[in-house]
Ligand binder design. Structure first.
Ligand code: GMT
Length: 383
């Protein structure tokens, strides 16, 4: 059988710190490694995108801040750039991550590219594009239209698929393709990183997120305050957002000597290998990429059983899920794993095994390639 031809794929995502941009960058790199040509289109080069991977191209979107507009517009310049890149590089597929405004821009770009050069549009929903913006009457109808006009729609969990159907009433097929993580090699030893963090033999809890209110970092701190005094532990926070609003609570709970914060860390792998236990207390989460990143480094986790998290963690095997947003049971779950290093290690091994077998590039990226080939084989237009 003849080998399938490499594809030309456009990817649009948010370039700044955030799970959807991290996932899109990793996907682009993996697709390029598999021989496809990958064209990123965004207002900045995504921060996690390696400069070294051959086959990756970056096309910046230039935004003019015209005085006559009260609010600067990104959607139209983005759609124009998408159409230019689609024509110039004969894109097969335009894969947009996070619906707003990327999916709407892609639908417009597809129309502008013209019938000969129109790429197929694949939209991947990541979370608040459905759960927050999908409910907003100022956005919901535009998101729904863009989804119905996409050649394919994917979500990062079954939970998000169901929420999308419920909130946006879209009847089109939705494929669930989970997130994956492809860790880069570490550059320092675990011992070096722990020494740099001021951590000795005590268990190191890790939390990584943008610290937005949905992450309920306040609940996380309150839960740790319930761990009985005398247990040795520290918490490493890899903050992709502003930590300062939480500093007063850290002080009030007397946790100053326990909490180590590192902001906008690029060598996330170096830091994750230093951890022993992940802690995530979000009130909503379509997937929780940070939790998966910790699993890759053998960290079991304690987390709230919300959204797509139960699809990532098997309760009692690779971590502990707590159904109530309540510091008592969360603190008790943390304490139980602090007190039982053997169980923690067993669960950590299981977390790593699950990450490798279910959420690795090798397990997930072929699903995207198959989806691209499927939409290319089908007549153009909505699924
Ligand atoms: O939707 C958001 O809140 C932003 C988004 C992002 O860009 O980080 O986070 C979502 O996408 C991530 C990557 O797929 C998921 O891991 C997060 O769970 C999800 N966030 C929420 O659902 C709150």
């Amino acid at each position: 059988m003849a080998a399938e031809r490499p594809l030309r794929i456009g990817i649009t995502c948010y370039p700044s710190v955030g799970g959807s941009g991290i996932l899109a960058s990793a996907l682009g790199e993996e697709l390029a490694r598999r021989g496809h040509a990958v064209h990123f289109i965004s207002y900045e080069r995504p921060f996690r995108l390696s400069a070294a991977t051959p086959g990756i191209h970056f096309h910046p979107v230039v935004i003019n801040d015209y005085e006559l507009f009260r609010y600067p517009d990104y959607t139209l310049p983005l759609s124009v750039r998408m159409a230019e890149v689609a024509r110039a590089h004969a894109l097969d597929v335009l894969h947009v991550h996070y619906a707003v405004p990327h999916a709407t821009a892609a639908i417009l770009a597809r129309a502008m590219a013209g019938p000969e050069r129109a790429p197929r549009v694949v939209t991947t929903l990541h979370g608040t594009d459905t759960t927050l913006l999908g409910r907003d009457p100022g956005y919901g109808p535009a998101i729904r239209h863009a989804l119905l006009q996409s050649d394919a729609v994917t979500t990062v969990s079954g939970w998000l698929r169901d929420e999308t159907r419920r909130l946006l009433a879209v009847e089109c097929p939705i494929d669930v393709i989970p997130n994956f993580f492809a860790p880069r090699p570490v550059t320092r030893s675990r011992a070096e990183v722990r020494a740099e963090l001021g951590v000795g033999e005590e268990p190191l809890l890790v939390h990584l997120s943008n610290l937005r209110p949905v992450k309920r970092f306040d609940l996380l701190l309150e839960s740790l305050a319930r761990v009985p005094a005398g247990r040795p532990w520290k918490l490493l926070v890899l903050a992709g957002g502003d930590f300062s609003p939480y500093a007063p609570l850290v002080r009030r709970l007397g946790l100053e000597s326990r909490v180590v914060v590192r902001a906008s860390v690029f060598d996330v792998e170096d830091h994750l290998q230093a951890g022993d236990l992940g802690l995530f207390t979000s009130e909503s989460e379509s997937f929780c990429l940070g939790l998966l990143e910790a699993m890759w480094f053998g960290c079991p986790s304690v987390s709230t059983a919300v959204g797509g998290i139960p699809e990532v963690v098997e309760d009692g095997r690779s971590g502990l899920l707590v159904s109530a947003a309540d510091p008592e049971p969360l603190g008790a779950a943390v304490t139980s794993l602090l007190d039982d290093p053997e169980r923690r290690r067993r669960m950590g091994t299981e977390a790593r095994r699950r990450a490798e077998s279910v959420f690795s590039a090798a397990a997930v990226v072929p699903g995207y390639e198959a989806l691209y080939r499927r939409v290319l084989a089908a007549p153009a237009g909505p699924a």
